[in-house]
Design a protein around this ligand. Structure first.
Ligand SMILES: Cc1cc2nc3c(=O)[nH]c(=O)nc-3n(C[C@H](O)[C@H](O)[C@H](O)COP(=O)(O)O)c2cc1C
Length: 339
C-alpha cells in the first residue's frame, strides 16, 4: 500500500484546524450518504485513505432543525474520520441555530451547501440559487460561522449559476464569510451532472483564495484523486458518484468480488434492520448497482457486465437479488479457499 499523500494546506488567520485524516473526502449525497451507507464506507477505508465524509444536506427552512434530528443524521457510530453536517438554507437565524444544534449533537464541522440545483432549493433561494448572489452567500457563511465558532465551517459551491465567469468572486465570498475550506464542484448549476468537466475552474478558485480548496467533479478512479490535486493545486479532492460504484475508490487497492458482494449484502441487511421493507432495501442496493464497478461483481460466465447489471436492475424480487449477492460472496470465498 502506498504512503498517504502529504497534506499541503495553506492556513488562513481565521481557519479552525480541519479535522480530516487524509485529503480524499466522500461527497455529501442526498438519499445515499446517510449512516446506513456512509458507515459501511468509513468502516472499509483506513483514516489515511478516506479523510472524512458529510451527511446529506439538511434543509433548513424558517425553523431550526432540532438536536435529535441532527443525531439521526450523524448516526450512532464514530470513526477516526470526521463526518460533517451539511446545511442548506437561507434563513440566517434558523441556520445559525441549526448549526449550534449540529455541534451539540456531536458534529465536528459544519458545511454549507451552495450547489443543490433542485427546484425546491431554488424556490427557497437556497443551495445553488445563492451562486447568483455572492454577497448573500457570504452572509450565510458568516451567520453559520458566528453561530459555531468552536468548529470549522466549510462551504461547497458549484462553479457558478449559468456560467463559471464569477467563480473567483464566489470563492472569495465564501472565504470572506469565514469558511475555512471551500469545496468546488466544477460544474455550473446549468450543467447539472453532465459528463464533461473543466478542472481548471477549480484551479481558478485555488488561485483566488488563501483557504484550502477541495476539488470535486468526475473523479472516476483512485488515480484521479492525486491527478486532480496536481492539476488544480487543490489541497483536497472529493468523490461523489464513483464512490457509489466503488466504496474502495479512496484506497489504491481493488476490492475482491466477495468484498463487493458483502458490501451490498450488508447494506441491504442494515437497511432492513433500520425498518426498510425488503423491496425498499433492494431498491437502495440497486441505486448503487447502477454505478457499481468494484470487485468485478458484475459479469456472469457468458454474460457481459453491462447485461448483467441491466438484468439485476430489472429484477423485481428482492429475495432473488439477495440470493445472488450471497452466492457471489460465497463463490468468491470458496474460490479463494481453493486457490
Ligand atoms: C444522488 C446525489 C445526491 C447529491 N446530494 C448532494 C447533497 O446533499 N449535498 C451536496 O452538496 N451535493 C450533493 N450532490 C452532489 C455531489 O456532492 C457532488 O458534488 C457531485 O456528484 C459531483 O461529484 P461527482 O462527479 O464525483 O459525482 C449529490 C449528488 C448525487 C449524485
Amino acid at each position: 500500500m502506498s504512503a498517504a499523500p502529504v497534506l499541503a494546506i495553506r492556513s488562513s488567520a481565521a481557519a479552525t484546524a480541519l479535522p480530516f485524516t487524509s485529503p480524499w473526502l466522500l461527497a455529501p449525497m442526498e438519499g445515499v450518504t446517510e449512516p446506513s451507507f456512509r458507515d459501511l464506507v468509513l468502516a472499509r477505508n483506513a483514516p489515511h485513505e478516506l479523510g472524512g465524509a458529510f451527511t446529506e444536506f439538511v434543509r433548513v427552512v424558517e425553523r431550526a432543525i432540532p438536536v435529535w434530528k441532527m443525531r439521526e443524521h450523524l448516526g450512532a457510530r464514530r470513526f477516526a474520520q470526521p463526518v460533517g453536517v451539511q446545511l442548506m438554507g437561507n434563513d440566517l437565524d434558523a441556520l445559525g441555530e441549526t448549526a449550534r444544534n449540529a455541534v451539540e449533537a456531536g458534529a465536528p464541522l459544519v458545511d454549507v451547501n451552495f450547489g443543490c440545483p433542485a427546484k425546491g432549493a431554488l424556490r427557497g433561494c437556497a443551495g445553488s440559487a445563492l451562486l447568483d448572489d455572492p454577497a448573500r452567500l457570504e452572509g450565510v457563511v458568516r451567520a453559520v460561522r458566528d453561530a459555531v465558532p468552536t468548529v470549522p465551517v466549510t462551504a461547497k459551491i458549484r462553479a457558478g449559476g449559468v456560467d463559471a465567469s464569477r467563480i473567483e468572486e464566489l470563492a472569495r465570498a465564501a472565504e470572506a464569510g469565514g469558511a475555512c475550506l471551500l469545496t468546488v464542484h466544477c460544474r455550473t448549476r446549468a450543467e447539472l451532472y453532465q459528463d464533461e468537466v473543466d478542472w481548471q475552474r477549480i484551479a481558478r478558485a485555488v488561485a483566488a483564495v488563501r483557504i484550502p480548496v477541495c476539488g470535486n467533479g468526475s473523479v472516476l478512479a483512485h488515480a484521479d484523486l492525486e491527478r486532480m490535486r496536481r492539476e488544480t493545486g487543490a489541497a483536497y479532492a472529493m468523490v461523489g458518484r464513483a464512490a457509489l460504484g466503488d466504496p474502495w475508490v479512496f484506497a489504491p487497492r481493488r476490492a475482491s468480488r466477495a468484498e463487493a458482494a458483502r458490501f451490498l449484502l450488508e447494506y441491504v441487511e442494515t437497511l432492513v434492520g433500520m425498518g426498510a421493507s425488503p423491496r425498499g432495501a433492494a431498491g437502495r442496493a440497486k441505486q448503487l448497482l447502477r454505478f457499481w464497478t468494484a470487485g468485478e461483481l458484475l459479469g456472469a460466465p457468458g454474460e457481459s457486465a453491462e447485461r448483467e447489471r441491466v438484468r439485476w436492475l430489472r429484477e423485481d424480487d428482492p429475495a432473488r437479488l439477495v440470493a445472488w449477492l450471497r452466492e457471489r460472496a460465497e463463490l468468491a470465498d470458496r474460490a479463494g479457499a481453493d486457490a
